[in-house]
Write a protein that binds this ligand. Structure first.
Ligand code: DLL
Length: 451
């Protein structure tokens, strides 16, 4: 009679899931669901977005050509420029009366790229965010301090919707005013902090300078994302705040946060550093060679390309994210069947080519963090040079380092960077607080070139 019941011990081991039937779906069922949704998305975009129809026609493909999942490779890519060329709402597939929300890209220059949501899109988004939060160990009733920007940026309101869907108490602070953030974390006895990794580090700095030990506060987990951050930076922020950092990935063009998320079990497992479950029932993921556009075999590193599988307002077919990552082979210990991607290294357009060598700001971060006397705050400064641009690394010294020793510290950093990246950087060591602090996405590259 009791044969269908699992043993209590086995049941206790199961990771908490928001939608267990979808999160543990068999790969076979998932593929069938993906194909049906992919065909629907491609048809919907072709029928309702003239710019998509023109592009498919130019490439000589029709929705009916999509018979298997692999057939998606026949379809043309979508790029950020498509959104710009059709600004603000030319790629939307539903009439404006059916739109319930718009958001935008976080670009700081020029016009933002505008993205939209139907009522059903909003429901899918908040459900995926709730799913991601439960994967991070968040429970209904938890107090969440949301320190990610609200507004056109998808971060603040994306997490907000998920928290309400799950039944959490949201403290909607948005980014900035760090003293107040610290006060509220303590006064509201927040269980969860939501911020970018660089802002979490800024909060730790400001608290420590004020003599406040946030490790004693109840906050146990930080839901972090929106920017590339190395394991070293995340570990440092986590240690100083006394919490576990969980990574969330997403982009406005296909939804916002909630596209991929780390699970608590995986984050605690030393064998799977930085794996984020790709929510494959709502998105179809490919990794391509950024130069040739060819789809790469599973496990190889390349550019992540995403097709939405449920979006009504803005269906996106083969969107080139610019983010460099790979699929982690094998199953996750949490029991979810959705594959995982490695932490995104940064956008291909963040990459600097220095005297012929490709350098990501994250490689510099990796090398810097943890060096004696060096604070985890840095910027790469690009200037016009005689024949080509020069890139200097500006790094902050810890308050314990005497000014007279800055040159020695600079030499040590320069040697470490040369070893790690193969590039000889000029390193400028500056005093505490001199590198601008992040209140959202950190600015890692300061481009001072005139053109
Ligand atoms: O940053 C959405 C988001 C908000 C994700 C809050 C997670 C948390 P956009 O402003 O459109 O959307 O920027 C998207 O940010 O293509 C990546 O280059 C980068 N990015 C986002 N999350 C991560 C992450 C939001 N976890 C762009 N790791 C993406 C590395 C990330 N890069």
């Amino acid at each position: 009679m009791a044969t269908t019941l699992k043993k209590p011990a086995a049941r206790r081991k199961q990771a908490a899931m928001y939608q267990p039937e979808l999160e543990r779906i068999s790969r076979r069922e998932l593929r069938a669901l993906q194909l049906a949704r992919l065909q629907k998305t491609v048809r919907h975009a072709y029928r309702n977005v003239p710019a998509v129809k023109a592009k498919f026609d130019d490439a000589g493909v029709k929705p009916a050509d999509l018979k298997t999942l692999k057939d998606i490779a026949k379809f043309p890519f979508a790029r950020k420029s498509d959104l710009r060329d059709n600004y603000p709402m030319g790629l939307f597939a539903i009439p404006q009366e059916k739109l319930v929300r718009v958001h935008g890209s976080s670009g700081t220059t020029g016009k933002p790229t505008i993205v939209g949501y139907s009522k059903k899109d909003m429901k899918s988004w908040s459900t995926l965010m709730a799913r991601s939060m439960v994967a991070a160990g968040v429970k209904p009733g938890d107090v969440l301090q949301n320190s990610i920007g609200y507004g056109l940026f998808t971060g603040g309101l994306g997490f907000h919707g998920g928290a309400e869907e799950l039944g959490c108490t949201v403290v909607p602070l948005s980014g900035g005013n760090t003293d107040r953030q610290i006060m509220m974390l303590i006064d509201m006895q927040a269980d969860v902090l939501i911020s970018t990794p660089s802002y979490a580090l800024n909060i730790a700095d400001v608290a420590e300078a004020a003599g406040i030990d946030l490790k004693k506060a109840p906050v146990r987990v930080a839901l972090c994302g929106a920017e590339a951050a190395t394991d070293a930076l995340r570990a440092e922020a986590g240690r100083r705040l006394g919490l576990t950092m969980i990574d969330h990935y997403g982009l406005s063009e296909v939804m916002g946060p909630g596209v991929a998320a780390e699970c608590l079990e995986g984050a605690m497992d030393p064998d799977t550093p930085g794996g984020l479950h790709l929510w494959e029932d709502h998105f179809y993921f490919e990794i391509i060679d950024p130069k040739t556009g060819d789809v790469l075999p599973e496990g190889e590193t390349g550019e992540l390309v995403i097709t939405t599988l449920s979006k009504e307002a803005l269906p996106m077919v083969r969107y080139r994210t610019g983010d460099i990552t790979h699929i982690i082979p094998g199953k996750c210990i949490c029991g979810r069947t959705h594959r995982r991607m490695a932490r995104a290294k940064g956008r291909s357009d963040d990459m600097l080519v220095i005297r012929g060598v490709n350098v990501y700001p994250s490689a510099v971060e990796e090398a810097l963090i943890g060096l004696p006397g060096v604070a985890p705050h840095y910027q790469l400064v690009v200037r016009d040079g005689k024949s080509m641009a020069t890139v200097d690394v500006e790094v902050e010294a810890l308050p314990t380092v005497k000014k007279g020793d800055y040159a020695k510290v600079a030499k040590m950093i320069s040697e470490r960077l040369k070893q790690a990246t193969g590039v000889s950087f000029k390193v400028i060591v500056v005093g505490p607080g001199k590198v601008p602090r992040s209140e959202g996405k950190a600015v890692r590259v300061r481009d001072l070139r005139k053109a």
